[in-house]
Design a protein around this ligand. Structure first.
Ligand code: UTP
Length: 298
């Protein structure tokens, strides 16, 4: 079985739910406390043993390239001002030269299309895909949990979370087979079904380990839900031909592509932050006292 060495970070989306913030700034550069979303995803991939980082970008996304690049002037100024901690915070995030590639998805035709754009760089190997706007707070990084599961099962693995049935129309949903509570055999996948039609409430979250055959399926360039080229549809065609599992990961996922989820992530990460945790707790207590009880008249 081939080891998972490569990861794709699709960052070509428009981020319309965050306009006007995302007019000139990529959604993936929005900070949760003091780190941009994309950095959390890259750190997670590193911790899972990823060696090659493939960013599928689009117009207006060059801030991501600058973020993972050496900044001579800034580093020099921090040295001169003796700001050691700040210097470390930017020096430690640099990828090893040659291990990071940026390529353009010229048109945002969907997640499946973004992944397909990386086909010639992945070639004949399994590949991880991480969506930075799904931020996961866990003791063991989510992708590492998935790589450990992959070493036992092989094939394809998606991160899975149970959601309230009324939310199934926002996700790719599993038709589950054998299920031991953590690892679920995937018998089918449906993109954004109506709650009444959803085959379960187990939904796919933005972490995937996929076999290279996914690119043959994406070659068809077929559009699905929302008239986009959907990764879910291509994955669904691998089921039955290769092992396919969902992993209910340990940890808490925040949907940072959505305003409320993004605020929630900031609160959770602020509370756990070594510098500002106690302050964040005080702020929340203060707000709590100011809030009217739920259901009280305005
Ligand atoms: P979203 O569905 O969140 O779309 O994409 P979006 O464009 O980023 O944001 P909204 O809905 O307009 O606010 C999920 C992930 O897939 C990537 C996005 O960058 C995000 O990480 N994506 C989506 C692409 O890379 N290319 C696409 O064509 C579509």
């Amino acid at each position: 079985m081939k080891r998972v060495r490569k990861a794709i970070f699709p960052v070509g989306g428009l981020g319309t739910r965050f306009l006007p913030a995302t007019k000139a700034m990529p959604k993936e550069m929005l900070p949760v406390v003091d780190k941009p979303l994309i950095q959390y995803a890259v750190e997670e991939a590193s911790a899972a043993g990823i060696e090659d980082f493939i960013f599928v970008t689009g117009r207006g996304k060059s801030a991501i390239e600058d973020h993972f690049d050496y900044s001579h002037e800034l580093q020099q100024t921090l040295v001169e001002r003796n700001k050691t901690k700040e210097l470390e915070s930017i020096a430690n995030l640099l990828p090893v030269p040659g291990q990071v590639v940026y390529l353009r998805q010229q048109e945002p035709l969907g997640l499946g299309h973004a992944v397909w754009c990386a086909r010639r760089l992945v070639e004949d190997e399994p590949v991880a895909v991480l969506l930075a706007d799904d931020l996961i707070k866990s003791d063991t990084p989510c992708l590492k949990q998935m790589v450990e599961a992959y070493e036992r099962t092989g094939g394809n693995i998606v991160a899975v979370m149970d959601v309230p049935r009324e939310h199934t129309n926002r996700y790719g949903v599993l038709r589950p087979g054998r299920d031991d509570g953590r690892l679920v055999e995937v018998m089918g996948l449906v993109e954004k079904p109506k709650p009444a039609d959803a085959p379960s409430t187990a939904c796919v979250i933005g972490r995937y380990i996929l076999q290279p055959e996914i690119f043959r399926e994406l070659d068809r360039q077929e559009t699905g839900a929302g008239n986009e080229i959907q990764l879910t549809d291509a994955m669904a065609r691998l089921i039955g031909r290769q092992p396919f599992h969902g992993l209910r990961f340990e940890g808490r996922r925040f949907d940072c592509g959505d305003k409320a989820g993004f605020i929630e992530a900031n609160i959770a990460f602020a509370l756990a932050h070594p510098d500002i945790g106690p302050q964040a707790e005080d702020i929340l207590r203060r707000f709590g006292r100011e809030l009217k009880p739920a259901g009280a008249a305005a």
